[in-house]
Design a protein around this ligand. Structure first.
Ligand SMILES: CCCCC/C=C/CC(=O)SCCNC(=O)CCNC(=O)[C@H](O)C(C)(C)COP(=O)(O)OP(=O)(O)OC[C@H]1O[C@@H](n2cnc3c(N)ncnc32)[C@H](O)[C@@H]1OP(=O)(O)O
Length: 408
C-alpha cells in the first residue's frame, strides 16, 4: 500500500526548508494560472465504483484553471502528483538533485503515491477538484463587490479615498520583498490607478520596511526550460515593471515608510514626489549581489545626484540615510517617524484637490522629454542583468544569502 497522503510527510527536509515553501508557492501559482497542467490531493475513497471517465478527468483539469481561490501549497502539490500518477503511472524518473528544489518537491509528492492505480488516481483527482470548486464558488458568492476587486490582489492592498489611490506592498513579514506575483500585481494596480478617477497615486509599504527589493527566491525558482529561460523571462518582467513606472500618466508619490533596498530604491527616480520617514535608508547593494543597476537608475541617479554620488551608491553599494538621500535630491522631504503618516497624508490630501488635468499635463510635459531615453535605458539595463543573473558571482551571492538564513 503506498503512502496515502503526503500532507504530513516531511517533503522539505533540506536545510533550506523555508525557501522551498516559497518556491513551491511561486511554482504553484503558475500551475494554477494554467501554464502547467495540474492535478489533486490523493483521497482514499472513490465516489463511484466505475471510477471517473477520461472526460470527467479533462473537465476537472479545466476546473482547476478556473479556481477562484488559491487551494494552498500542499493541495497543489498533490494535484500535481495525482495528475502524473493518473496519466503516467507510478513515478520512475530519477530523483532531482538537492538544489533543484521545486522539481524535487514535485518528485517527492508523486513518488509518495507509490503504485496507486491510474484509475484511482484519476478518480481522486476528480473528487478533489470537485470539492475545491464547490468551496471556491460558495465563498466567492458571499463576497461584496469591493472585496472581489481587492481579491484580485494577494500581495498588495489597493484603496482609493480623497482623490488618492494607494497601492500598499503587503508582505510585511518578508520586508515587502518583491515576488514575481508582486511585480505583476503592482503593474496591474498601476494600470488600474492610471484609469480610475483619482488625482494622485501613492506607493507605500506595510510594516517596518518600505521594501527589501527583489525577493531573492525569484532567482532560485527555475522552470523546466532551464536557467537561461528563467533569466530571459525575468528580464522581460523587469523591463515591463519599470516600463509601467516610466509610462505612468498621473502624479506618482512614494511614501517611504521604512528602509528601501534594490529596485524599490532605483525606481524612485521615476516618481514625482518621494516622502520619507527619518527611519528610512536607501540601499542598492548590486555589486554585493553580482548584479548591476536597474530601474533606469544608471541614467536617473547621475542626473539627480551627480555621477560621483551615484557611483558611490550604484557601484559601491553605499547605503544612504534619509537625510543623505534628501541632500542628494533623491528624496523630496523627510519627516520625523512619529508624525510621518499624519503629515504626509495631510499634505497629499491637499494636493489631491488641485485641478486634476493640470497636474497630469504638467507631469507629462516634464516627463515626456525623457520617455524615449528612459525606455532605451530600461531595455539596456534589463538585458545586461539577464546576463548577470547567469554569472557565478550572482548565483554565489544568492546562495550565500539563503545558506546563511538556513544556517547550513
Ligand atoms: C523579476 C526579477 C526582477 C529583478 C530585479 C532586480 C532587483 C535587484 C534588487 O532588488 S537587489 C536587492 C535584493 N534585496 C536584498 O538583497 C535584501 C535581502 N535581505 C536582507 O538583506 C535582509 O533581509 C534585510 C536587511 C532586508 C532585513 O534584515 P532583518 O534582519 O531586519 O530581517 P530578516 O532578514 O530576518 O527578514 C525577514 C524575513 O524576510 C526575508 N527577506 C527579506 N528580504 C528578502 C529578500 N529580498 N528576498 C527574500 N527574502 C527576504 C528574510 O529572509 C526573512 O525570512 P524568514 O523569516 O523566512 O527568515
Amino acid at each position: 500500500m503506498p503512502p496515502q497522503n503526503s500532507a504530513h510527510a516531511p517533503p522539505f527536509r533540506v536545510a533550506m526548508a523555508g525557501v522551498v515553501g516559497r518556491l513551491i508557492r511561486c511554482w504553484c501559482r503558475r500551475a494554477v494560472a494554467g501554464s502547467l497542467k495540474v492535478p489533486a490531493l490523493q483521497l482514499h475513497v472513490s465516489k463511484t465504483a466505475m471510477g471517473a471517465s477520461q472526460k470527467d478527468f479533462e473537465n476537472a483539469m479545466n476546473q482547476v484553471k478556473l479556481l477562484k481561490e488559491d487551494p494552498g501549497n500542499e493541495v497543489k502539490l498533490k494535484l500535481y502528483a495525482l495528475y502524473k500518477q493518473a496519466t503516467e503511472g507510478p513515478c520512475n524518473t530519477p530523483k532531482p538533485g538537492v538544489f533543484d528544489l521545486i522539481n524535487k518537491a514535485k518528485w517527492e509528492a508523486w513518488n509518495a503515491l507509490g503504485s496507486l492505480p491510474k484509475e484511482t488516481a484519476r478518480q481522486n483527482y476528480v473528487d478533489l477538484v470537485s470539492g475545491l470548486s464547490s468551496s471556491s464558488d460558495s465563498s466567492s458568492q458571499a463576497k461584496p463587490e469591493a472585496d472581489r476587486k481587492q481579491a484580485e490582489y494577494e500581495t498588495v492592498v489597493m484603496t482609493s479615498e480623497d482623490g488618492i489611490t494607494k497601492i500598499m506592498l503587503n508582505r510585511p513579514a518578508k520586508k515587502n520583498a518583491l515576488t514575481e506575483q508582486m511585480y505583476q500585481e503592482i503593474m496591474l494596480a498601476l494600470e488600474a490607478a492610471s484609469k480610475d478617477d483619482s488625482t494622485i497615486t501613492v506607493l507605500t509599504g506595510n510594516g517596518d520596511y518600505y521594501s527589501s527589493g527583489n525577493d531573492l527566491t525569484n532567482f532560485t525558482n527555475i522552470p523546466p526550460e532551464g536557467v537561461e529561460a528563467k533569466a530571459k523571462n525575468s528580464a522581460i518582467l523587469l523591463r515591463n515593471f519599470v516600463g509601467s513606472f516610466i509610462d505612468f500618466p498621473k502624479p506618482l508619490v512614494a511614501v517611504v515608510n521604512g528602509p528601501a533596498v534594490g529596485i524599490s530604491v532605483t525606481v524612485l527616480g521615476l516618481f514625482d514626489l518621494v516622502y520619507a520617514t527619518d527611519r528610512a535608508t536607501f540601499h542598492t547593494p548590486f555589486s554585493h549581489l553580482g548584479q548591476t543597476p536597474e530601474g533606469c537608475s544608471s541614467y536617473t541617479f547621475p542626473k539627480i545626484m551627480g555621477p560621483a554620488k551615484a557611483a558611490e551608491m550604484l557601484i559601491f553599494g553605499k547605503k544612504l540615510t534619509a537625510g543623505e538621500a534628501y541632500a542628494q535630491g533623491l528624496v523630496t522631504e523627510v519627516f520625523p517617524d512619529s508624525t510621518f503618516q499624519k503629515e504626509v497624508w495631510t499634505r497629499l490630501k491637499a494636493y489631491s484637490k488641485l485641478p486634476q488635468n493640470a497636474l497630469r499635463i504638467s507631469k507629462q510635459i516634464i516627463r515626456s522629454q525623457e520617455k524615449e531615453k528612459l525606455h532605451a535605458v530600461n531595455a539596456k539595463e534589463s538585458s545586461i542583468l539577464q546576463e548577470r543573473w547567469l554569472s557565478s558571482e550572482c548565483m554565489n551571492a544568492i546562495m550565500n544569502f539563503f545558506s546563511q538564513k538556513a544556517k547550513l
